[in-house]
Design a protein around this ligand. Structure first.
Ligand code: FES
Length: 156
């Protein structure tokens, strides 16, 4: 078992009751839940891998596929949709050269769609790493990505 995985599991006293917390910590470390690590966790907690995989698929926050360092979500709920969210999604797809559910080759950005985040009054809205950006326009969408790239010093 990897030392960092052992550290996370030990943090919770190897108690299976803390499985969700353990998985959250692992996802925070790797940006997703690698299959080989989940198998190690199952062994360490003496539970079946199928139980772990059922938990990971139940909670939408967990990802079994690699995710980028930055998560960009576009709301496609009704209020945002009628205010132009699909065009904003198109812009982000072209800017990042990925489709929703995909991650850029440099693992910097993952593009996702969501349905109504409860901020309809300021839609259309995108969420960048948990921060809401309302009254979104095509040019503002590019700026949000550009400012993150500028901070990171990345160009794709
Ligand atoms: S529809 Fe987008 S926040 Fe409600």
């Amino acid at each position: 078992m990897r030392e960092e995985v052992r550290t996370i599991v030990n943090r919770y006293g190897k108690d299976r009751a803390f499985l969700v917390s353990i998985l959250q910590d692992i996802q925070a470390r790797y940006n997703y839940l690698p299959k080989d690590i989940l198998l190690e966790v199952a062994e360490e907690l003496h539970i079946s891998p199928s139980l772990i995989f059922s938990v990971t698929t139940f909670y939408k926050a967990f990802s079994l596929t690699p995710r980028g360092k930055h998560i960009v979500s576009v709301c496609l709920g009704t209020a945002c949709h009628v205010r132009g969210a699909p065009k904003i999604l198109d812009t982000l797809e072209r800017t990042l050269a990925i489709k929703p559910g995909q991650t850029t080759k440099n693992n910097q950005f993952t593009l996702e769609t969501v349905n109504c985040v409860g901020a309809c009054a300021v839609g259309p809205i995108i969420i960048m790493d948990g921060e809401y950006h309302g009254q979104m326009t095509l040019s503002k969408a590019g700026s949000v990505i550009g400012s993150v790239k500028a901070k990171e010093g990345t160009c794709s």
